[in-house]
Design a protein around this ligand. Structure first.
Ligand code: FAD
Length: 434
């Protein structure tokens, strides 16, 4: 049972830890919830929502704490931290997993979820069969294609604008693969255009087991910027994996300073590599764009890839989305994509570099936005830049659903500048380009 006495109120000595202890980004927000509660069941989440309604407070939600912009931390709200609501149950016969949202990698489902090999396997949210939610009135509901289907529609792409609280996802699992292998190539940054053009060219021709990514970064210990292309094959035999990587291995441009072909890997190795690229205890800002299919993407991204701020662990990423981007998506809120996903992950340690790093991102994005169709919610910060996150008709429907399911604006929605968007939600317009 959650009541006023289970809330860690602002005056409590435990408040600061409860406010930001589970926030990944070390650039802590100057926003202060009235209190924090840590329910362990859906019923307790419902109690917490009812308590907030009695006290006239909004509720904010935290699952994994991985939002770059710390969306869970909102002024004067009751923060419902789902870190202690834990569930992971696999029903093997139908292959359905029930997972609580704080299971790492699950909170991201609400905004679509760019998981492994997204370009071929599709969006993670396409695997969501149902969601269990607590509404803004504190009611517990199951939402699927058959019941409360409009909330189910919104749960796949609304991101932080979802007008309720998810307490469990029911997910269709996929078959495992026993052989993961990758080929990695590194060139001096001067070869940026040749390398990205080549990667863009061959990505759609790799078979459907291969994920393709191109990065610029300043690797330790030399910290000279380089351009790196990586191809990961998720296969079930060594021969199949080697065959899947053949196109990249046989056509990569000359001049590479490092090549590593058909290196055995695994999902856990890939997760570890991701952790190294996104270390804990660092300061972050991220932004992103889907570059239009009809442009010279490598030219559009030249500044982004070749002017990385010095003395930081920043990286620029191009992630192939073709052929996923060329097929019709199921009817759900998620509706924005293109062949070229581009993101900046700006990573630094010292507060003194905040201005240098954040203004670099802004200056790069000002130009990139002109060539974009929109952006992905998961790597965005609406306090800094608005843009298009959905097709217009889907955005309109989503904002109407917000008004239907949460007319008083109980559940904190999109955190824009000044936290003003409330029930109305976002405008779905570019910041600098009409
Ligand atoms: C290191 C790192 C790696 C990442 N890698 C990827 C990646 O590979 N693919 C990708 O797509 N994204 C990735 N992201 C982005 C990440 O998925 C998003 O930031 C996402 O919002 C994180 O979900 P969370 O539950 O951890 O967020 P939180 O910070 O816990 O929550 C963010 C907001 O989402 C909403 N929300 C969260 N849980 C609920 C809920 N249960 N019910 C209702 N609303 C809720 C709330 O508005 C909340 O404030 C990464 C982020 C980090 C920090």
């Amino acid at each position: 049972m959650v009541s006023a006495s289970s809330v860690v109120w602002r005056e409590s000595p435990d408040y600061e830890q409860a406010r930001i202890g589970r926030v990944f980004n070390n650039r802590r927000p100057e926003r202060y919830p009235r209190g924090v509660v840590q329910p362990t069941t859906a019923e307790e989440v419902a109690d917490a929502v009812k308590l907030a309604n009695q006290l006239g407070l909004r509720v904010s939600v935290r699952s994994g704490g991985h939002s770059w912009a710390a969306w869970s931390v909102r002024d004067d709200a009751l923060l419902i931290d789902l870190g202690e609501l834990k569930c992971l149950e696999l029903n093997e016969a139908p292959g359905i997993l029930k997972a609580s949202p704080s299971t790492t990698g699950c909170g991201f489902l609400l905004q679509g979820g760019m998981g492994w090999n997204c370009k071929n396997w599709g969006w993670a949210c396409e695997k969501v069969l149902a969601v269990e939610v607590v509404t803004a009135d504190g009611d517990i509901l199951l939402c699927s294609k058959d019941q409360n289907c409009d909330l189910f529609w919104a749960a796949r792409g609304a991101g932080p604008g979802f007008p309720a609280i998810v307490t469990a996802f029911h997910l269709k699992v996929r078959n495992s693969f026993s052989n993961v292998m990758k080929s990695t190539f590194i060139w001096p940054l001067e070869q940026y255009k040749t390398v990205l053009d080549w990667t863009i060219d061959i990505a759609p021709r790799c078979d459907d087991s291969v994920e393709v990514v191109c990065l610029s970064l300043r690797p330790d210990p030399v910290k000279q910027p380089v351009i790196l292309a990586c191809f990961v094959a998720f296969q079930n035999s060594k021969d199949d994996a080697i065959a899947s990587l053949k196109l990249a291995n046989e056509t990569f441009p000359p001049g590479a300073i490092m090549t590593s072909m058909c290196t055995p890997s695994s999902l856990s190795i890939e997760y570890e590599a991701q952790k190294l690229a996104n270390p804990e205890g660092h300061r972050y800002t991220s932004d992103n764009a889907y570059i239009r299919n009809d442009t010279d993407a490598a030219e559009v991204l030249r500044d982004a890839f070749t002017t990385l701020p010095e003395e930081t662990k920043t990286f620029a990423l191009w992630y192939s989305m073709n052929p996923c981007s060329r097929r019709e998506l199921p009817d759900m809120a998620l509706s924005m994509q293109s062949d070229h996903y581009f993101a900046l992950y700006t990573v630094w340690e010292d507060e003194k570099d905040d201005e240098r790093c954040t203004s670099w991102v802004k200056s790069v994005m000002k130009d990139v936005e002109k060539h974009s169709v929109g952006a992905y919610l998961g790597d965005s910060d609406f306090q800094i830049r608005r843009t298009r996150f959905w097709e217009d008709t889907k955005a309109e429907k989503l904002m109407q659903l917000r008004q239907k399911w949460d007319p008083r604006g109980t559940v904190c929605g999109f955190l824009d500048q000044g936290d003003k968007s409330g029930v109305n939600g976002l405008e779905n317009k570019h910041e600098w380009r009409t």
